[in-house]
Write a protein of this length. Structure first.
Length: 138
């Protein structure tokens, strides 16, 4: 019996098709926003609980302060992350995932399952590509 992790129809039902979205399509803009590598990692980190900025930055190294700030602002603007000023000395800011942000758990989990299921095939394709072009990585 075929391993479930290697059955593509479980990850992506065959009746669904991906169509190219026009540049001004709201769905395309949102997909580009949530498919960003830092967005996925920030949402994953915040899913463990509210986190202060510097803790988040350390957890996501090598993210830059600028990239983290931009990602958090974008996610806050879209309602996926909340920002709370903590009245301490010095004042701190804490970020948390919102109920809307939690809805990304399913799609991100599906993406992770796909990566686990196909990592070996992707690595094999990369090695073949590099070997054919004489660019084998050391």
């Amino acid at each position: 019996m075929q391993n479930e992790a290697h059955r593509p129809e479980l990850i992506y039902p065959p009746e669904l098709e991906i169509w190219p979205f026009p540049a001004d399509c709201p769905n395309r803009v949102l997909i580009e926003e949530i498919a960003d590598k830092w967005t996925i990692l920030v949402i994953a980190a915040l899913s463990r609980g509210p986190t202060r900025f510097n803790q988040l930055k350390r957890a996501l190294e090598p993210i830059t302060q600028k990239s983290l700030t931009q990602t958090l602002r974008r996610l806050e603007r879209s309602g996926m992350v909340s920002r709370t000023v903590v009245d301490t000395s010095p004042v701190a800011v804490e970020y948390a995932i919102t109920p809307l942000g939690r809805t990304l758990a399913g799609p991100f989990s599906a993406l992770d399952r796909w990566a686990v299921a196909y990592q070996d095939q992707v690595e094999g394709a990369r090695q073949q590509f590099d070997t054919q072009r004489g660019n084998a990585r050391k």
